[in-house]
Design a protein around this ligand. Structure first.
Ligand code: FES
Length: 158
């Protein structure tokens, strides 16, 4: 999978905004992810080429974060926080509930391509535990009923 000329141009422009070119790696990863919904080694190579940095620098940055998966994910990427506040408030139970409801394992995508469930470390919303991030949005103070309602809305919107 290759990056479009438009994305390469945006990555190149991102490279002009920082005094150190390596600072543009994260914005570049976001741009590539926005285009394809996942990243792979070929894309890392193209980012490295456009920015003039090493492949390993791009790969290291990408693999450090959970928001740059290397395989396509569902339309709704459900990231349940498993850190201490959320864990104490039942996030593990919520994760298990989601997996059972969807009939998938952690990291798998539902057959209809709608949902992928993963666990992540603290998302910085500990006061509203348990919480999850779905694509770009936070959903907080979750209960099983709230999760059911959200899933019904997402399914209806497909
Ligand atoms: S512990 Fe879940 S957001 Fe911080």
């Amino acid at each position: 999978m290759i990056l479009s000329q438009d994305t390469k141009l945006k990555i190149s422009q991102a490279g002009t905004r920082y005094p150190k070119i390596r600072s543009a790696i994260l914005p570049a990863l976001h741009l590539a992810y926005e285009e394809h919904g996942f990243l792979n080694d070929q894309m890392y190579e193209q980012i490295a080429e456009v920015l003039g940095v090493k492949f390993i620098e791009v790969a290291e940055a990408a693999s450090f974060y959970t928001m740059f998966p290397k395989a396509p994910r569902g339309r709704y990427l459900i990231q349940v926080c498993r850190n201490i506040s959320c864990a104490l408030m039942g996030s593990h139970h919520l994760t298990q509930y989601l997996l059972t409801k969807f009939g998938v394992k952690l990291g798998e995508t539902t057959k209809d391509g709608l949902f992928t469930v993963v666990e992540v470390e603290c998302l910085g919303s500990c006061c509203s535990a348990p919480m999850m991030q779905v694509n770009e949005k936070y959903f907080e103070n979750l209960t099983q009923a709230k999760v059911d309602q959200l899933i019904a809305e997402w399914k209806a919107a497909k």
